[in-house]
Design a protein around this ligand. Structure first.
Ligand code: MN
Length: 256
């Protein structure tokens, strides 16, 4: 009797172990497949033109324009110090390198071939450059093709919102929440640690960013302290859906 129980337990343990590792292997293969598909789309994205030497992009609004959702001091320090720092860091990581003139997003697509300095600073430069464009004073209405796509992929805005908020809240430590379009044209929500992004070859979900949210403490601590959840809630008041829709349409068009 005891022997049978032992044997069953052993078999079950082995079954769980092998199905878990088969699943991990399956996910890894999907990431590699999507990474290759993504590579073909890169030259058609507007940010493929971004190249060395990198410059801090201007904001389309004043530092105080997103108040009360994002306060003036946070915006000023975040843009003029943090983003400037990532810009300088990207240039420093590429200085003197024979590959320095390649598009930034092509480095992301083969991130394991390049330095951690380029991964961190280049990611920081790219992620923030997009982030500023996804916000606008007072926000605007979700409409058009992106609204239809969100309804289709998530079963409605409320369930998308919940997924995105969970991705932002559950990112342990510093990182980002993302809405992406996969190379197969599906919308997905994901998160990344540090300054990684879904364009990077090791990201668990490969895709073209359509919306992102910075959940590093430097993005909210002055105004919200430990209340990351309130910061995330208030983000919806300043989202520029017109810009998200514009990027969605570009991404859809290049996949046709
Ligand atoms: Mn930041």
């Amino acid at each position: 009797m005891k022997k049978n129980i032992l044997r069953t337990t052993l078999l079950l343990t082995l079954a769980v172990f092998f199905s878990a590792s088969a699943l991990a292997e399956h996910n890894k293969m999907n990431v590699e497949k999507d990474n290759k598909k993504l590579k073909k789309l890169l030259p058609m994205l507007p940010e493929y033109e971004w190249s060395y030497p990198y410059e801090l992009p201007d904001l389309n609004y004043d530092y105080d324009a997103l108040e009360p959702s994002v306060d003036k001091t946070t915006m000023r320090i975040h843009h003029s110090k943090h983003h400037q720092g990532y810009t300088n860091g990207t240039n420093a990581a590429l200085k003197g390198k024979d590959y320095r003139d390649k598009p930034l997003i092509s480095f992301f697509n083969k991130m394991d071939k390049y330095s951690d300095a380029l991964r961190n600073s280049g990611g920081g430069f790219y992620n923030h450059s997009l982030f500023w464009t996804f916000m606008t004073p007072g926000g605007n209405e979700l409409k058009g093709e992106i609204k239809e796509a969100i309804n289709l992929n998530f079963g409605g805005f409320e369930s998308f919102k919940e997924k995105f908020e969970n991705a932002a809240k559950s990112q342990f430590g510093s990182g980002w929440a993302w809405l992406v379009i996969t190379p197969d044209g599906k919308l997905k929500v994901t998160n990344t640690a540090n300054q990684d992004n879904p364009m990077m070859s090791h990201a668990k979900v490969q895709g073209i960013p359509l919306l992102n949210l910075d959940v590093w403490e430097h993005a909210y601590y002055l105004n919200y302290q430990n209340k990351r959840g309130s910061y995330i809630q208030n983000f919806w008041n300043v989202v520029d859906w017109t810009e998200v829709n514009r990027r969605y349409k570009i991404a859809r068009d290049i996949m046709k």
